[in-house]
Design a protein around this ligand. Sequence first.
Ligand code: DAH
Length: 345
Amino acid sequence: MSADIFARVQGILDAIQSEKIENVTELEAFRIKYVGSKNEIKSLFGEIKNVENDRKKEFGQLLNDVKQAAEEKYEALKTTLEEASGNNSGSDIDLTSPCEPMPSGSRHPVSIVLNRIISIFERIGFTVAEEREIEDDWHNFTAMNTPEDHPARDMQDTFYLKDSTTELLRTHTSSVQARIMTAQKPPIRIIAPGRVYRNETISSRSHCQFHQVEGLYIDKGVSFADMKQTLLYFAREMYGEQTNIRLRPSFFPFTEPSAEMDVYWGLNNEDDYRITKGTGWLEILGCGMVDPNVLINCGIDPNEYSGFAFGMGIERQAMLQFKITDIRQLFENDTRFLKQFSGVI
Ligand code: DAH
């Protein structure tokens, strides 16, 4: 009897030692058979009572050896298989711990507003025209019907390039009108976003660089009513469906008649009184019918074609929409300021 049982245990030990394990499924079967809570070796401990007294100790020792051999083989195989599959869950790296937070970027408020404006006009068939920031006198002023003695040409307002009286940093995106009209035939329907420069003292309200969006529409029979309707559409898309606009007579050398457009902002709180100077209205853009002289300067026959143009500043609209009180914040690239726009598109 005793010899039998010794042989059985020895058989199990041999089986454990010779077992070939190549994958996790086989390893799991091995674990259940020899290491798990209902393993074969455990049941043999119950056989000790059937072993002759003088061999009980020897038997117990043998069972312990088998148990230990099974556990050691299991642990060794587990490590080998995990390393082979690149699974490091047994190592110090905790794959379930949360990752390092990745700071997400944000769009610049000027870009946010610019993109909104572009998308509104693109929906009604305007295409984006981008042009140079270093311009010449002709495209920036002369073609735009701004006579030689106009105050806007004064050295105080315009940055001329070093040693040049004709090369300058464009003072408005209206120069793109001249670029496009001299290069393309009507119909023309463009918006021109971009940076402009003026030799102004930097303060909380003005800067020597800022952004504008220019609009130009030239075709046969374009009227002031077309302009008004286009700008009303823009205002409602930008500031809400119920937004009202008003056009006030104004003057620009390159448009005749000229107007400035206000949107009704409202007078709901103290801030509204301050930013609208108590009127409830905010000036958003300048506009008008393209002056026939501008068309002639650019080689377009004013008897055949007419058109409207408009120009608006971006910073001011960004400041209104995001309640920014100092324009300089838009140029400082302070991440504490910029990260407030994270997620805004
Ligand atoms: N260029 C003007 C400015 O910088 C804005 C402007 C007014 C543009 C009327 C236009 C326009 O196209 O028609 O203040």
